[in-house]
Design a protein around this ligand. Structure first.
Ligand SMILES: NC(=O)c1ccc[n+]([C@@H]2O[C@H](COP(=O)([O-])OP(=O)(O)OC[C@H]3O[C@@H](n4cnc5c(N)ncnc54)[C@H](OP(=O)(O)O)[C@@H]3O)[C@@H](O)[C@H]2O)c1
Length: 242
């Protein structure tokens, strides 16, 4: 069934792919952005433009984030959705392990998941995108001779796999808690960095970093890795990117 979908964060890493996948599958898609040309304009923090953006929408895929004020932004969005005629469905993009890994950003996700559940929406958790892992790997190996890696495993996922799963959720009966999604392989960060360095033609002595605290302990216990389900690998991603 063709649906009218508003995608927040439509200019972001995930949002761009979500818009493309939903359009390919025949849906009528509006991408929200604060200012980029070619998008429906709206700001989730001030609420400007949001009522208009929601007009006639069946489902909202909420993938916007500014990393700091996401609870307030989600609050404004949900407030506007409660006012919207037809009470659109809501799918929120969260992160694998947010309830077990107490980073501030993750705590905010848990708070938003609660707000989404109260609204009657769905929260869908994905693991770290390849794009984020590449940014971190580059940052931690930018010195000339040595590189650092976090001493835990990751299970990064291809953004396109996440977008396809979101489209399937939009098209089906919204499940209260859809299965988490992560990449096909659980691997040590050291191994992922090693492959990146090889691909980038760089040599570094890799040194593990063990950070203290509950969040990093949970990550070392595998709380962020998730059950798999994605198909795109790190090697395939790097072959496209580098
Ligand atoms: N990155 C990961 O590894 C990962 C893993 C799992 C889940 N997630 C979740 O997936 C979602 C998307 O992540 P991403 O990495 O694709 O994010 P991103 O690239 O940082 O994009 C976020 C987008 O949000 C929009 N935005 C920010 N503040 C806004 C506001 N006040 N009003 C309206 N739009 C606003 C921005 O669009 P404009 O600048 O055009 O307004 C921006 O393009 C997030 O919820 C994130 O937590 C990410």
């Amino acid at each position: 069934m063709k649906r009218t979908v508003l995608v927040t964060g439509a200019t972001g890493t995930l949002g761009r792919d979500v818009v493309a996948v939903l359009r390919e599958r025949g849906h009528d898609v509006r991408g929200l952005s604060r200012s980029k040309p070619g998008y429906v304009h709206g700001d989730l923090l001030t609420g400007a433009g949001i009522d208009e953006a929601l007009r006639g929408v069946d489902v909202v895929v909420h993938a916007a984030t500014d990393g700091r004020r996401d609870v307030a932004a989600a609050g404004k969005l949900i407030e506007a959705m409660r006012r919207a005629p037809g009470k659109p469905e809501l799918v929120f993009v969260s992160i694998v392990g947010v309830d077990r890994i107490p980073f501030g950003y993750y705590n905010a996700k848990v708070a938003i998941e609660k707000m989404v559940a109260e609204y009657g929406g769905t929260s869908f958790r994905a693991s770290q995108f390849h794009d984020l892992v590449l940014t971190v790997a580059k940052g931690m190996t930018r010195l000339p001779l040595v590189g650092f890696y976090p001493a835990f495993d990751l299970r990064p996922v291809e953004v396109h796999d996440v977008a396809v799963r979101l489209a399937e959720i939009v098209e089906g009966e919204l499940p209260a808690t859809p299965a988490d999604l992560s990449g096909p392989q659980r691997r040590s960060a050291r191994d992922l960095w090693r492959v990146y360095l090889g691909r980038a033609g760089k040599r570094r002595l890799l040194i593990p970093v063990r950070l203290p605290g509950k969040a990093f302990r949970a990550l070392r216990g595998g709380a962020g890795t998730g059950p798999g389900g994605g198909t795109g690998t790190w090697e395939e991603y790097l072959a496209r990117k580098l």
